[in-house]
Design a protein around this ligand. Structure first.
Ligand SMILES: Cc1cc2nc3c(=O)[nH]c(=O)nc-3n(C[C@H](O)[C@H](O)[C@H](O)COP(=O)(O)OP(=O)(O)OC[C@H]3O[C@@H](n4cnc5c(N)ncnc54)[C@H](O)[C@@H]3O)c2cc1C
Length: 385
């Protein structure tokens, strides 16, 4: 793609692809707890998963703004970007901080669909959100790093070839700042499962392939270190702003899906001799959710604009994620409520989307932690932890 497509061109093209995967497809994949392989393959083949990869590495070289429109349309169509969004922001980490050699080795294959970089291993069971306290270590021995430890909630590992792993390379007691001494690595997942990494799937509320990972003397070639040793926390944070902004866009897609569905339903459903949508008790929660989705959308585009201009966007990315996750949840509640009993029937797809959008109040960052970020970093309130 030599010129940047307009948003409406992008939307039309992604919608046309998504239309080949109707509600029944997503419903069946959900019921089987399967991976939407055909859907992700189609998105990859059409080049949408390589939107952020520069053209010189085989991608389309678009910005976060365009990537966010793609993710939004997937969710708005009734699908769930959670099956594939990892690729979008993980390759950003490689792109911004990887060596030229690493970029040449991986990015063209990711762009062409030969390799998937869908996973990022950060969260640990004993430390949770307190990321700088992670206990997984990577100790340098000659030309390798030896990894020991445990991760939890690591998504798409069984449907990815590569993972970005955060591990401590200098003990916490030996660093001046707790955010130092952490490093990130590219892990070849196929090699890892046969050489010291155990994958234990976690059954969960949504059809989201996520796992516990156990590392026992897993050896990673030293050349798989991304950027400088000890600077990994900073690199991960960079990627998190992209992740939060893209997930905000997905929530906006969900929110619009819920509002479209509930609006159509309440116009049609007649109780007490009139459409239920004629009652203001029904109209107001839907109107309120619509207002919140539209407001969140403005903040998402502001976060995208700053990110694409290489300007600081931590506040906007966090606020966009907060507003959009809240708005999609309000829209989900209105949608299920006004479908009455039918909201709980799988064939209406509302209960599935309801479960899917609930996740974003907790992951990839919980609402409380965003409020804490804004209180401390935007408003200058005293640090609470
Ligand atoms: C389906 C799913 C997929 C995921 N995928 C990935 C993945 O691919 N890679 C990855 O690394 N992680 C992943 N995660 C992990 C996710 O990022 C974490 O679950 C999330 O960041 C919260 O961490 P925690 O579960 O340890 O909760 P905790 O840190 O234990 O927090 C629990 C609750 O307490 C609140 N809380 C904690 N501390 C404070 C405080 N100081 N002030 C106020 N409130 C506080 C939090 O807001 C939260 O609501 C995934 C999680 C889920 C559920």
């Amino acid at each position: 793609m030599s010129t940047v497509p307009s948003h409406s061109e992008l939307r039309d093209a992604v919608r046309a692809l998504c239309a080949q995967f109707p509600d029944e497809y997503h419903r069946e994949v959900d019921a089987k707890r399967a991976y939407p392989e055909a859907f992700v393959d189609a998105l990859t083949q059409a080049g949408w998963m390589a939107a952020l990869i520069p053209q010189e590495y085989g991608g389309s070289g678009l910005g976060l703004t365009e990537a966010s429109v793609i993710m939004e349309e997937i969710n708005r169509s009734g699908g769930n970007s959670g099956a594939c969004h990892g690729q979008m922001y993980n390759m950003g980490t490689l792109l911004r901080h990887g060596s030229e050699q690493q970029k040449r080795r991986y990015l063209p294959k990711i762009a062409g669909g030969e390799l998937r970089l869908q996973s990022m291993g950060v969260t640990e069971p004993s430390t949770g959100t307190d990321t700088t306290k992670i206990r997984t270590t990577a100790v340098k021995k000659g030309d390798r790093y030896v990894v020991n430890g445990q991760k939890v909630w690591i998504s798409r590992v069984q449907h990815s070839d590569l993972m970005i792993l955060l591990a401590r390379t200098t003990p916490l007691a030996e660093v001046a700042k707790k955010s130092e001494g952490l490093s990130i690595f590219i892990v070849d997942l196929h090699h890892a499962v046969e050489h010291g990494m155990t994958v234990r799937p976690i059954a969960n509320m949504v059809n989201h392939e996520t796992n516990e990972l156990f590392f026992e003397n897993l050896e990673i070639p030293a050349e798989n270190l991304i950027g400088r040793e000890g600077q990994g926390f900073r690199y991960i944070l960079d990627g998190l702003n992209a992740e939060r902004t893209l997930i905000a866009a997905e929530c906006i897609g969900d929110g619009r899906w819920f509002i479209d569905r509930v609006t159509a339903y309440v116009k049609d459903r007649v109780v007490f001799g009139r459409p239920i949508g004629q009652n203001q008790g029904v109209q107001f929660p839907i109107a309120e959710a619509h207002i919140e989705v539209e407001a969140a959308d403005l903040m998402r585009f502001e976060a995208c604009r700053l990110f694409d201009a290489h300007q600081p966007c931590g506040a906007q990315a966090n606020m966009a994620k907060y507003l959009a996750a809240k708005a999609s949840w309000e829209a989900a509640n209105a949608c299920i409520q006004f479908h009455g009993g039918y909201g709980f029937a799988c064939e209406y797809d509302v209960e599935r989307k309801f479960r899917e959008t609930r996740l974003y109040q907790v992951a990839p960052i919980s609402t409380n932690l965003i409020l804490s970020y804004v209180a401390e970093h935007v408003l200058g309130l005293p640090r609470s932890f």
